[in-house]
Ligand binder design. Structure first.
Ligand code: ACO
Length: 404
């Protein structure tokens, strides 16, 4: 019988796939992507249908447990997440240790790892035990990632923490903890909570992207859920991954400030002097289906708050149009990705740009949780341990320090 492990062990053969562009690192039942056709499905359900009919929490249940919930399952799940929103008072003191100006992603990663210390029974690094408390840990992480994120924002702007309100839905509660004041509740009359819920839903999973692969890598060594998702936050931080939404707004603002309508910028992206942030994707060689949905949502949200002529939205429209008609982008199959329009929605919601990647992390939590579970519950799973193609010097004689 064909035994790849035996062949590898006997031949020393290593396959090299630079940046894993064509390597399937695992088998998974969670998310399907066809990048050539621009298809994305969670557990078989097209993203377009979920975006239209579902909510972030319902899709989260689907991603984690594999099926759409019945009404009573959804109610129970919502209640469990709602009841987990507050953090231990000890955690409030952790915030005092961070200097003003600390990046919220650094805070979030540290806080999620620390959170595990408050739930030792859920973070044992014993796979069986961690799996037994998985449902409780899901509610804790899903709910508190949002609370901790809002707390880090309040700390940065020098305001008191606002505690969660039980009657509010997931995204409403987040906006409440971010923007309410002790004597005035956040007013959501323009429907931003709904747009934010859609943003979270569209980010909920995306198969083996950099951060989810990181979560699986850490999980494969047997690390607990809290440690694994904390590593996922660090992987998400970079500008080529979760940081791109922030970079898009910075780029649109710079284009606007320079008096360009987007055309000059397109030329500099083609000559390699700039990168058109929010364009291109390792997997999608077609329109990212999430970008289509968010593009429409951005138009709707901005007109609801009377910003339909927002200059940055106009520049985004021009860039998209120009790039889609330009041979450089067409030949390389560079289309808008999810980040191209998401920053405009977040900006409209009053979220500061340095906080955008944190928003992505809140949205991506379901995917990290589901992928951790898939690794932890696979009895045959081995530790992830890629090889390398060594390019350094051959064997050398040690030179005593006085002779160097
Ligand atoms: N602007 C201009 N040119 C680009 C862009 C871009 N945004 N993206 C890729 N290209 C060009 C490359 O220079 C390269 O050109 P060449 O063939 O002449 O050398 C060609 O298109 C292929 O690009 P690669 O870099 O090989 O694509 P890769 O798969 O490695 O990178 C990535 C994908 C990182 C997303 C890249 O397109 C990029 O940097 N985009 C901007 C950042 C961004 O929006 N990231 C968000 C990704 S989605 C997410 O994480 C949610």
């Amino acid at each position: 019988a064909f035994d790849i492990r035996k062949i590898r062990a006997e031949s020393g053969y290593i396959s090299y796939d630079e940046s894993y562009g064509n390597t399937g690192s695992c088998q998974s039942e969670i998310t399907f992507i066809n990048g050539e056709k621009g298809i994305l499905r969670y557990r078989g359900y097209p993203i377009e249908d979920l975006a239209e009919h579902s909510s972030f929490l319902e899709s989260t249940y689907l991603i984690i447990y594999g099926e759409l919930p019945t009404q009573s399952q959804l109610d129970a799940f919502r209640n469990k997440v709602r009841d987990s929103a507050e953090v231990h008072v000890g955690m409030e003191h952790h915030f005092d240790g961070f200097p003003t100006g600390s990046h919220p992603m650094a805070i979030l990663s540290a806080m999620l790892n620390s959170l595990g210390c408050y739930y030792p029974e859920m973070s044992t690094n014993n796979r069986q035990q961690d799996l037994e408390s998985f449902d409780d840990a899901v509610a804790v992480l899903l709910s508190k990632v949002r609370t901790l994120a809002a707390m880090s924002y309040r700390m940065q702007v020098g305001k008191h923490f606002i505690y969660p309100k039980h009657k509010l839905r997931y995204s409403e509660n987040f906006l409440h903890m971010m923007f309410s004041d002790p004597y005035q509740d956040y007013d959501d009359s323009s429907g931003l909570a709904h747009a934010l819920d859609l943003f979270f839903l569209l980010h909920a999973d995306h198969e083996q992207n950099c951060s989810t692969s990181t979560v699986r890598m850490v999980a494969s060594g047997g690390a607990n859920l809290f440690a694994s998702v904390s590593a996922g936050v660090c992987a998400l931080w970079g500008p080529l991954h979760g940081g791109a939404n922030q970079a898009v707004i910075r780029m649109l603002q710079e284009i606007h400030d320079s008096g360009d309508d987007g055309r000059r910028f397109i030329e500099s992206a083609k000559s390699g002097d700039a990168k058109l942030m929010g364009f291109g994707h390792r997997v999608y060689k077609n329109y990212d289906p999430r970008a289509r949905i968010l593009g429409k949502a951005a138009e709707k949200v901005l007109s609801a708050i009377g910003y339909e002529d927002d200059p940055l939205l106009n520049i985004a429209r021009n860039l998209e149009q120009a790039a889609l008609e330009d041979d450089y982008f067409v030949e390389r199959k560079l289309y808008p990705n999810v980040d191209f329009y998401s920053g405009l929605i977040l900006k409209a919601a009053g979220i500061p740009p340095e906080f955008f990647t944190v928003m992505f992390a809140i949205g991506r939590m379901p995917g990290w949780l589901a992928n951790w579970h898939e690794v932890a519950s696979d009895e045959k799973a081995r530790i992830h341990r890629p090889r390398q193609v060594y390019q350094g010097p051959g064997v050398r004689d040690y030179v005593p320090i006085e002779n160097r």
